[in-house]
Design a protein. Structure first.
Length: 562
């Protein structure tokens, strides 16, 4: 008998479709553990829960001995089902790493998860959380829950009372010392957030196998692996584990907002308000159910549907493949009406989050000098390359699924041409971001660097805004009158949403603004956006993503050239 192709090591994501003559072999790292409710079993992969399965599935997987073909297994275990649906079931086993040659090692100390997650972990987390549980065991869970609820209500009321101060705090620059304090506090709260996941899991009898630091969608964060929660029979316990982290952010943010009412120092009050609002934003984002955040874990646990996101994304991808490339209709991973919409949202949400992060970084750093400009462009290149790789892998899987190659090429070419034409035809407003400074009634636009080749159109409309630490508020508007670039130095908050005593940065004055309207007295510094007419979508992306960040770099090169 020839060796099964499942005995050769390969990446399950690139494995070809299964045929009825394949002879699958159960992966050596797979074991089965009976669930507490005695109706479902847990498939363990190298000691880590992978799937919750029925007894009949356990029997089927155990019978995959590398000698029996899928055709025979179908006859013995699922004769009432079609052979195609049975092969699709085997394919799911393959994708989950349960079959030899396609098994995946469990996450270790360093793990990369596409598209934008890198984890560095310790494997001694069970010891740490065991000791923490011993310290927290005297606390009553009901008392903790009631206390957190009361804190959140008090924080919401405090925010309502201080709404005007809160608005001012987040739309104006913040002292550098206070920014460092808020960032440090958020890191500490994030550590407590993840610790709450592990503590809740340990309290319910689970085991947090890994914990550590990660980069998640370009943002630094901590994490705790609570996969072991699938061993717990009560779905309410799994929901509580998922929501324990956001509850910590909500409670501590509420404490900060409430404390702001009591402190006499205006600077400390402002810092507490920013910290409280930042915690609230973290809670809202964390509860988005379409990304692997806590909200998704809680929803998956409440529905008792393991791998919810992966399965719905597969359903959405199958539908798109069938509509675009004419692939055959396969069995849905989830027989619910919302499977495809949820999968489509899960496909789009990470893209939106990454693009939002890149845009925020671009606006904050693009005008800050040559080094920061290069950093922005490098970040954009990494994101584009990651996107190209992800799309290429997706198209490769579509092509391997058996669709018509002619239709695949035709649809792909039509999509490329359509995107190119749409980008050239769609008209969008063009703008450039500057800093501004005021001296009496004179308002001038400044750009980072000793010199700049950025031009400002005569009579261009200018929106004058605050340079807020979280948001920008429009303060006035006017028209621009370009000036020959002149070297100067400006306060730090003219270019960044940060203030620092006696700190100034080199810049170039590029235009004067004739203010036509203002909502009050303009601050000494702020942010200005100059309208440069309209252009197509490709021109806007090139100007915003490349030309603007590199403009000061080009200007300095011209200054240094003989």
């Amino acid at each position: 008998m020839p060796p099964s192709r499942f005995t050769r090591r390969r990446d399950s994501r690139s494995s070809p479709a299964l045929t009825a003559e394949d002879r699958p072999l159960l992966a050596p790292g797979v074991a089965f553990e009976e669930g507490a409710d005695q109706t479902l079993w847990i498939a363990m992969l190298h000691g880590v829960p992978s799937s919750r399965v029925s007894r009949s599935v356990v029997d089927l997987l155990t019978a995959m001995n590398g000698e029996t073909s899928l055709r025979d297994l179908h006859r013995d275990f699922a004769a009432s089902e079609t052979l195609e649906s049975f092969l699709e079931l085997a394919r799911r086993f393959q994708l989950r790493g349960l079959l030899a040659g396609d098994s995946r090692r469990p996450p270790g100390r360093i793990t990369y998860r596409p598209p934008f997650t890198l984890q560095v972990a310790t494997l001694r987390a069970p010891v740490v959380f065991g000791r923490l549980d011993a310290l927290l065991r005297p606390l009553s869970p009901r008392a903790v829950l009631v206390s957190m609820g009361a804190l959140v209500v008090a924080g919401a009321l405090a925010a309502a009372v201080q709404v005007s101060e809160l608005r001012e705090a987040v739309t104006t620059p913040m002292p550098l010392v206070d920014v460092v304090a808020v960032v440090a506090a958020l890191f500490l709260i994030t550590l407590l957030h993840e610790g709450a996941h592990g503590a809740a899991l340990t309290r319910f009898g689970g085991r947090a196998r890994r914990a550590g630091f990660m980069l998640l969608y370009l943002a630094p964060a901590f994490f705790v692996d609570v996969t072991d929660g699938w061993r717990l029979p009560d779905r309410r316990q799994r929901v509580a584990i998922a929501l324990a982290g956001p509850a910590v952010h909500a409670a501590l943010g509420a404490i900060a907002l409430s404390a702001a009412l009591l402190v006499p120092s205006q600077e400390l009050r402002r810092t507490l308000l920013v910290l409280g609002l930042a915690c609230a934003i973290v809670v809202v984002v964390n509860l988005i159910p379409f990304v692997r955040f806590d909200g998704y874990i809680a929803l998956m646990s409440a529905l008792d549907e393991p791998n919810l996101r992966r399965r719905t994304m597969r359903d959405a991808a199958d539908l798109l493949t069938r509509l675009l490339f004419g692939g055959h209709r396969g069995n849905k991973s989830m027989n619910t009406w919302w499977s495809v919409p949820f999968g489509l949202a899960s496909l789009v949400a990470p893209i939106v989050l990454v693009l939002f992060a890149v845009v925020r970084v671009n606006r904050a750093l693009a005008g800050g000098g040559p080094l920061l400009g290069m950093l922005v462009v490098a970040l954009e290149v990494v994101v584009v390359l990651a996107g190209v790789v992800h799309v290429s892998k997706s198209l490769h899987r579509v092509l391997r699924s058996g669709v018509s190659r002619l239709r695949f090429v035709a649809v792909g070419a039509a999509a490329i041409v359509g995107v190119a034409i749409a980008g050239a035809a769609i008209s969008v407003p063009m703008s450039t971001t500057f800093g501004f400074t005021t001296s009496g009634d004179r308002v001038v636009l400044v750009h980072a660097g000793d010199m700049s080749d950025v031009t400002v159109p005569e009579g261009a409309r200018v929106s004058l805004m605050s340079n807020g630490i979280l948001f920008n508020e429009q303060l006035g508007e006017g028209t621009a009158h370009p000036l020959p670039p002149a070297k100067t130095t400006v306060p730090l908050d003219a270019l960044f949403p940060i203030t620092a005593d006696y700190a100034s940065v080199p810049a170039a004055v590029v235009a004067e603004v004739q203010v036509s309207a203002a909502h009050g007295r303009l601050p000494v510094t702020g942010q200005a956006r100059v309208e440069n007419g309209t252009g197509n979508l490709w021109q806007m992306l090139w100007a915003t993503g490349v030309v603007s960040p590199l403009s000061t770099f080009q200007g300095q090169e011209e200054e240094e050239s003989p």
